[in-house]
Design a binder for this molecule. Structure first.
Ligand SMILES: [Zn+2]
Ligand SMILES: [Zn+2]
Length: 140
């Protein structure tokens, strides 16, 4: 995902509104590797912008997705997770207890066996490792 300043230019070029609220979301997401939910983003944005609405956060996140600046992931944690790491292909570890999500790089991505490729041409692979994080394993 680009920086807040770059996104401000990009949004204006596309005729999209840029407000201080939207810029707060740009800043919160840039370099964020925690894969926040929209609710968590809203909570974080309210610290800076007490009047920001959940609707504004949703709209901004969807605009960012439409511009290819974030991915919206359903990792089975119950809420969509916002991933600003669109630069590098990566996969995820997901804690089934607390919903923690981390990026992982795989040296080798699994390939669909030839017998399935007769009927299907894959163009993406998403690998999700499920388990529990250390905190949850320790009963924290
Ligand atoms: Zn956990
Ligand atoms: Zn990710």
């Amino acid at each position: 995902m680009q920086t807040s300043a770059e996104l401000t230019t990009l949004f204006r070029d596309r005729g999209l509104r840029v407000t201080p609220q939207r810029q707060a979301i740009f800043r919160l997401l840039h370099g964020n590797d925690r894969h926040p939910t929209v609710d968590a983003l809203h909570e974080a944005a309210r610290v800076e912008m007490p009047t920001i609405s959940l609707k504004t956060v949703y709209q901004t996140v969807h605009d960012l997705e439409a511009l290819g600046q974030v991915s919206l992931l359903d990792l089975g944690t119950g809420s969509v997770r916002v991933d600003p790491n669109v630069e590098s292909d990566h996969h995820h570890v997901v804690c089934s207890s607390c919903g923690l999500v981390h990026d992982v790089d795989l040296s080798e991505v699994p390939k669909l066996a030839p017998r399935y490729r007769k009927d299907f041409q894959p163009d993406a692979v998403d690998v999700i490792f499920r388990g529990v994080c250390n905190d949850c394993a320790a009963g924290a």
